[in-house]
Design a protein around this ligand. Structure first.
Ligand SMILES: NC(=O)c1ccc[n+]([C@@H]2O[C@H](COP(=O)([O-])OP(=O)(O)OC[C@H]3O[C@@H](n4cnc5c(N)ncnc54)[C@H](O)[C@@H]3O)[C@@H](O)[C@H]2O)c1
Length: 288
């Protein structure tokens, strides 16, 4: 497929679900001639090459010198170390962008590490699954989804245009947003739900009144609700640590709501329970 956007060589640093899926999407859109893969996990890289997610395995960071655009897609707390390792080898004028789920903390750590020769565009695709690694990647992950870019004062406008076009080629609508607003919105609509799902699975899993593991009796509802609790622990540890303030605020709001619900159950307040469930149903139905 011919695409007006042409980036001769793209490098993916961290060839997992997010990095691998962008590689496949860009290949499918005909945006690039060659995709390089760099990752600490050699087995994952071998699988990525075998599956055609990448065209070349970089045996060291020096091989990234050919890249015109580098997509950093490691867990967020691994990004500074990854950038320190690769930055000296990247070519002048190359564009660095990332897909980290938290933006303000990532920007504040990455920007001071950036050599002047690199142009950095922070970003976050709002799509994913609970699976990880190159074997989880698929070309249509970003189709019909949104990608938020959070440019800073230092972001080069041409680099921003190019990264915008890149995500559009992958099928996403691009939205520009301030990093702090991004982090607060994501704390509410993504990070809090993951914390609740993890806590729910652990609370129910620890229920020990009966000898058997009662999770084995779970059916559709529990499994739908807790799908995201199968997500990668390293990734979520890093998100919880780097978006603490916004996430704590959302957890506190959630605790207030849950306490109200508990009180209505404790006092057998049928009208309160009905109106609570109705308000929730209307809110959710409205977004579908
Ligand atoms: N999974 C999601 O739903 C989702 C959605 C949007 C954004 N994100 C963000 O995308 C990033 C990647 O997530 P993912 O789900 O693709 O994770 P993943 O576990 O599938 O892939 C991450 C890869 O990074 C590699 N890696 C770790 N440290 C490295 C380093 N220092 N140098 C090179 N490679 C390194 C790992 O070996 C792994 O292959 C994270 O920052 C995450 O917050 C994830």
């Amino acid at each position: 497929m011919n695409n007006p956007l042409h980036i001769p060589v793209v490098a993916i640093v961290g060839v997992g679900l997010i990095g691998g899926s962008l590689a496949l999407a860009l290949k499918a859109a005909g945006v690039t001639d060659r995709i390089l893969g760099y990752d600490l996990d050699a087995h994952n890289l071998a699988q990525a090459l075998q599956l055609g997610v990448i065209d070349h395995v970089c045996s060291g960071p020096q091989e990234l010198s050919a890249a015109d655009l580098i997509f950093l897609a490691t867990p967020v707390l691994a990004m500074p170390a990854a950038l320190k390792t690769i930055a000296p080898h990247l070519k002048p004028g190359a564009i660095l962008t990332d897909g980290g789920s938290v933006k303000a903390a990532v920007i504040s750590v990455l920007e001071p590490l950036l050599p002047a020769k690199l142009r950095y565009v922070p970003g976050h695709p709002i799509s994913g699954t609970e699976r990880s690694g190159a074997t989880a990647a698929f070309a249509t992950l970003y189709r019909g989804k949104r990608c938020i870019l959070t440019p800073t004062e230092r972001t080069d406008p041409q680099a921003l245009d190019l990264v915008t076009a890149l995500w559009q080629a992958a099928g996403s609508e691009v939205i520009l947003m301030d990093a702090e607003k991004h982090d607060r919105i994501l704390a509410a609509i993504s990070h809090l739900p993951h914390m609740v799902a993890y806590a729910l699975v652990n609370a129910v899993g620890a229920y020990d009144r009966y000898e058997e593991n009662i999770l084995l009796y779970s059916a559709g509802g529990f499994r739908d609700f807790t799908r995201i609790a199968s997500s990668d622990p390293t990734m979520w540890r890093d998100i919880a640590l780097t978006n603490r303030e916004a996430l704590l605020e959302m957890i506190e709001r959630f605790e207030v709501d849950l306490a109200g619900l508990k009180e209505a159950i404790r006092t057998a307040d049928a009208p309160a329970l009905h109106s609570y469930f109705l308000r929730s149903k209307l809110n959710r139905d409205a977004i579908l």
